[in-house]
Design a protein around this ligand. Structure first.
Ligand SMILES: *Cc1c(COP(=O)(O)O)cnc(C)c1O
Length: 369
């Protein structure tokens, strides 16, 4: 792996392939796989990741918002794209770019039917989202009859899939709750498919749902975090490979005396003669202030260098008193060791947050061997 000469997020496409194949190995051969690539493919690079997965014949993509889907179409993605949380103001664009909306309440269903009809669409694919306990987005079981009568009267749309989302699939203490969500989704989909003369795709499981609840795989699964290398448990993490390594370099080393302070507000005060390194990455790059003041650390030549003082917008300072290193040397923030989940835990957060936080200012590089 090339040594960093500036701050980069290095994406390992072979690791992505490994994770894709590991997740596929958990599925029956006819279960479809949807790759969730919202938020720049969890902070990596949506168009590169999507193109790579498209070549591996992934069945579906999902993004959160219409503009994310537009970016994928601009990048040449032909695979169907489900937009999980579209807003009606973007429906015309959504139709122009062949993106497929998740419709989750009566208001948005009506708005979509009206725009699709005006745009002279016929059987435009839509996805009906049900709420089975997350209480975030979705119709309820009682709404099924109302949806069916609207769908039957609207030739502009056709229900391509019906789906729901699990609230606690990674938490085995919540097994009962998850099983009740699976049960209610099964009930809803039975009722729905009985009332309509074709069979929509049924899907429910996210990454942890795939790993922990094989009975919830249904016709298709939706994986996000697993593709990027995290399985939400120690044991699953050993089967997956983090695709992203955040690296930087030492810009400058300071030797400071006892009692000198480091950074804004003089938040760190040295207790002895110490050595500090300044690294070109800050909160504008996604390393939030909560990692400062010796919560988080970076790794230099395999050794931990705690972040001292406050995280600045463009820089952090770290304590390298006991590390033999020089200006220009490589610094690892997260990657394989520590992984993003371990780094995130120093600030009481999770892999999902730190990897999606790495801002667009950080250059993305790719390795494929
Ligand atoms: C983000 C998201 C996913 C992916 O979840 P992971 O835990 O990353 O696998 C799946 N489904 C929906 C509806 C989502 O919003």
């Amino acid at each position: 792996m090339p040594k960093a000469k500036e701050t980069v997020l290095e994406i390992d496409l072979k690791a992505l392939k490994h994770n894709f194949e590991y997740i596929k190995s958990k599925l029956k051969s006819d279960t479809k796989l949807l790759a969730v690539i919202k938020a720049f493919a969890y902070g990596s690079d949506a168009s590169i990741i999507a193109n790579y997965l498209q070549n591996l014949n992934v069945d579906y993509f999902a993004v959160a918002y219409v503009n994310e889907g537009v970016a994928l179409r601009d990048a040449g993605i032909k695979t169907p794209i489900l937009v999980l949380h579209p807003q009606a103001v973007n429906f015309k664009t959504l139709i122009e770019r062949c993106l497929e909306p998740s419709l989750y309440n009566t208001k948005i269903l009506n708005e979509f039917i009206s725009i699709a009809t005006k745009e002279q669409q016929h059987n435009y694919p839509v996805h009906i989202k049900f709420n089975t306990g997350l209480n975030r987005l979705g119709f309820r079981e009682d709404d099924v009859d109302g949806i069916i009568s609207k769908v039957k009267n609207a030739s502009a749309i056709k229900v391509k899939s019906i789906f729901s989302h699990l609230a606690a699939s990674e938490d085995l203490e919540e097994k009962k709750f998850t099983q009740s969500q699976i049960g209610s989704f099964n009930k809803i989909s039975e009722k729905f498919t009985e009332a309509i003369d074709y069979k929509p795709i049924l899907h429910l499981a996210n990454t942890s749902g795939i790993l922990n609840y094989p009975e919830a795989h249904l016709d298709m699964v939706r994986t996000g975090i697993g593709l990027y290398g995290f399985g939400n448990s120690e044991s699953e993490n050993t089967h997956l490979k983090p695709i992203a390594t955040l690296k930087s370099v030492i810009s400058q080393i300071h030797h400071i005396k006892k009692g000198e302070t480091v950074g804004y507000n003089r938040a760190y005060k040295s207790e002895r003669i110490e050595k500090t390194a300044t690294i070109p990455i800050g909160h504008a790059d996604g390393i939030g202030r909560q990692y400062g003041n010796q919560k988080g650390y970076v790794t230099i030549h395999g050794e931990k260098a705690p972040i001292i003082g406050n995280v600045c917008m463009d820089m952090i300072m770290v304590n390298i008193t006991d590390i033999n290193c020089s200006e220009g040397d490589e610094v690892i923030i997260f990657g394989k060791q520590p992984d993003a989940s371990q780094f995130a835990s120093t600030a009481n957060t999770i892999s999902y947050e730190i990897i999606t936080a790495i801002s667009q200012r950080v250059k993305r590089t790719f390795i494929d061997n």
